[in-house]
Design a binder for this molecule. Sequence first.
Ligand code: URA
Length: 197
Amino acid sequence: MSDKQILLEQIRADILTNNICPDLAKTATNLVMGDGNIDAEIVFIGEAPGKKEDEQGLPFVGAAGKFLYKMLVSANLQRSDVYITNIVKYRPPDNRDPLPAEKKAFLPYLMRQLDVIQPKIVVTLGRHSMEYFLPEQKISLVHGQPKTVMLEGTTVVVVPLYHPAAALYNGSLRATLIEDFMQLSTIIKTLEKETEK
Ligand code: URA
């Protein structure tokens, strides 16, 4: 196991040992930590696992996930180019919105994941995941726009996007999200050029 894998396993173990969100843990089947490339420069952060994610122990494997992966491909990215996780790591019953206390309880563990992976770009999916990185912002105003944020002493570019589940059944949001994904390729290319300099 690489050092990063060991550190990420430790985060999972700490969530269990510290009995984070015991009510959610009782109704969930799996703790869904994340999936993808732990050396990726881009991390996607969703909200919380749904039914399929809970069953399989992996994020974004249901309908929203399929749509997300289609858009990744359209942005010239593959699952293996990115790491994907959620703020809340247990499925809330009946897919209800995560509660503020649940988001707060999982936040230190999300921060530790980011600290291990050290991405250059954090893509937030939906307002729950955006609110920590870009507080006070409205997703309808800032979606698709890269924002530079200091995170525990490191500069990270945060790109807020609409949640793929919200866009699945809403034609205009869907078109906006697809456009924002196209922009994401440009943002990534620009950042790559800047780091080459
Ligand atoms: N929606 C999310 O926010 N996360 C998942 O993992 C699946 C659906």
